[in-house]
Design a protein around this ligand. Structure first.
Ligand code: HEC
Length: 219
């Protein structure tokens, strides 16, 4: 009370100064932006909450096995989240790992964690000997690497999304037509349709498993 009184009494300082017109304009502009942002937020949220269709389609999903859950625990404890994004948390400093299991195999992931430079066939930024992520992984005991790789391999993506190596299941007549008429003849021998390749690889893997089982049976 006493303080305000004393300040108010300083000579030459008016009790209540009216705003200058420049100040009014600035305040007005700021106010308009603020109101616009607030209205925009309210409209966006009300549309998002009442709309039947999700505004952002979710293209990654996960369904963890027991080992995957354990791996998730190791992943969180090792603070991989400091650079990566996965399972709806983390940062975007490094790569997002959501959906990585649809792009990389479990063995690839394990090998990457152990020997990133060799797997990348080139220099790395944070993974590798003496680097930040490399040091974190070097401090983990070796039996934790496999569960982390299992966890990562279970971060899946919907076919056709940007993180999946598999194109969407439905075929586009337009794209098929364009490829048919514009792709050079040589490409047909050089490249294989990813869908055909995946089917072939799955078939080969099944054959291999069957052969392995026969060997076991024969013993
Ligand atoms: C200091 C930041 C940082 C930390 C911590 C970190 N990473 Fe990474 N991670 C990166 C960067 C950057 C890349 C890209 C490769 C590179 O240049 O090192 C990467 C790449 C990867 C990849 C390969 C992705 C791909 O498809 O090429 C995997 C898998 C991965 N990190 C897993 C992990 C795990 C598991 C941990 C925790 C043990 C971890 N990272 C900790 C920064 C980090």
């Amino acid at each position: 009370m006493g303080l305000t009184k004393r300040i108010g009494n300083i000579p030459g300082m008016a009790k209540k100064q009216p705003l200058k017109s420049g100040e009014k304009i600035l305040l007005g502009i700021f106010g308009a932006f603020f109101c616009l942002a607030a209205i925009g937020y309210v409209v966006l949220e009300s549309v998002r909450l009442t709309s039947e269709k999700p505004m952002f389609t979710q293209t990654t999903f996960f369904n963890f096995s027991e080992e995957g859950k354990i791996g998730h625990g190791y992943y969180m404890k090792a603070n991989c989240n400091a650079c990566h994004r996965a399972v709806r948390s983390g940062t975007s400093m490094g790569l997002s790992l959501d959906g990585i299991g649809s792009k990389r195999s479990i063995d690839w992931l394990e090998q990457f964690l152990l020997e990133p430079e060799r797997v990348y066939e080139g220099p790395t930024i944070d993974h590798g000997v003496g680097k930040e992520a490399g040091n974190i992984i070097a401090r983990l005991s070796e039996d934790k690497i496999r569960p982390i790789a299992v966890f990562l391999s279970e971060l899946k993506a919907v076919a056709g999304s940007s993180v999946s190596k598999v194109p969407p299941p439905e075929r586009s007549e337009f794209i098929d037509g364009m490829v048919g008429s514009w792709a050079p003849e040589g490409w047909k021998e050089k490249y294989e349709d990813v869908r055909d390749r995946i089917k072939r690889e799955e078939g080969e893997a099944a054959d291999r498993d069957a052969a392995d089982e026969e060997v076991i049976d024969a013993r």
